[in-house]
Design a protein around this ligand. Structure first.
Ligand code: SF4
Ligand code: SF4
Ligand code: SF4
Length: 292
């Protein structure tokens, strides 16, 4: 049985502690290549400034002048894969390294199948896929499908002080102290997001007139499997208001079987030269004691 699942992020509850960012690194054994104090000074609490081959999730820090008489307004955003329902990345991937998980709707990553063609980079409307290692293998959020599939259970605080048991939650969700992240059936996460937006807009103290739900209706209603509550206007979070699947997707989709064939031919060629290479090496390395 399959249930569409989603990761929920509430920017109005997020304290920008970056616990989720660290948990993602820890669970997925992603290194930080920088040495002590080697990070470039950027005037921002955001670090690193963008996704990279070792970083699947960053918290965005946007500082804006407050329309009130004093201070600034912070908008804290989540930058990672949105797990699109019709993912451009998976539709152009010629090797099957990116695919939709039928049980949950998340976009699965199988690095060992990646041939480093970088088609997915061109096809992603959110500029998410990054690459690592000498073979340039794809790296992006996996929705922690490994945890989901292995029945990892966790006690999480649901943001109201009540601790509840949730099963199979992604590492980032598991760690969030104020309960700004949640995980569950997609329709439940959407309902929760609308309820929260209603509250933010109508609360008596400091109402948020621009609050909105992001992710449920994008791409002509297909949406994504990350559902966000945005406290301020969408642009404030560096997100596209109306993202479009790149026109390159049609072209790359057409080229996909050719690239797949070329990749298969390359692998076959390498295999053949490896086999012939073994024979050649054995001949030349043969040591005949009588002759010497
Ligand atoms: S956000 Fe980009 S990488 Fe993630 S599923 Fe959508 S197209 Fe693929
Ligand atoms: S779901 Fe897993 S891989 Fe994705 S951002 Fe969260 S911790 Fe990282
Ligand atoms: S762990 Fe929660 S509160 Fe901390 S930065 Fe991530 S989403 Fe925000």
């Amino acid at each position: 049985m399959s249930t569409e699942m989603a990761i929920y992020f509430d920017s109005s509850a997020c304290t920008a502690c970056k616990g989720c960012q660290c948990a993602c690194k820890c669970w997925n054994s992603l290194p930080s290549p920088l040495g002590l104090n080697a990070n470039e000074f950027t005037h921002s609490y955001q670090s690193p400034m963008d996704l990279n081959g070792n970083t699947r999730l960053i918290m965005r820090f946007e500082e804006n002048e407050s329309p009130k008489k004093w201070g600034v307004e912070w908008s804290f955003g989540r930058r990672s894969c949105m797990h699109c329902s019709n993912p451009g990345c998976a539709s152009v991937c010629p090797s099957g390294a990116l695919s939709v998980d039928e049980a949950t709707g998340f976009v699965r990553v199988e690095e060992d199948k990646c041939i480093g063609c970088r088609y997915c980079e061109t096809a992603c409307p959110f500029d998410v896929p990054r690459y690592y290692g000498p073979d340039s293998k794809v790296n992006k959020c996996t929705a922690c499908l490994d945890r989901q599939e292995n029945g990892r259970a966790a006690q999480i605080n649901n943001g109201t002080g009540v601790t509840q048991t949730q099963f199979n939650v992604p590492a980032c969700v598991h760690t969030c102290p104020p309960g700004a992240l949640d995980f569950g059936p997609r329709d439940e996460m959407i309902a929760k997001a609308y309820e929260r937006v209603e509250f933010l807009k109508n609360r008596e103290i400091d109402p948020s007139p621009h609050a909105s739900v992001y992710g449920d209706k994008l791409f002509d209603g297909a949406g994504t499997h990350v559902i966000m509550v945005l406290k301020y206007p969408v642009e404030t979070y560096g997100l596209p208001v109306d993202p479009k699947v790149s026109p390159m997707v049609d072209l790359l989709g057409w080229m996909k079987p050719l690239t797949g064939l070329a990749a298969a031919a390359t692998v076959a060629g390498l295999g053949l030269s490896f086999l012939t290479g073994i024979g050649y090496k054995r001949d030349t390395l043969h040591y005949d004691e009588k002759k010497h």
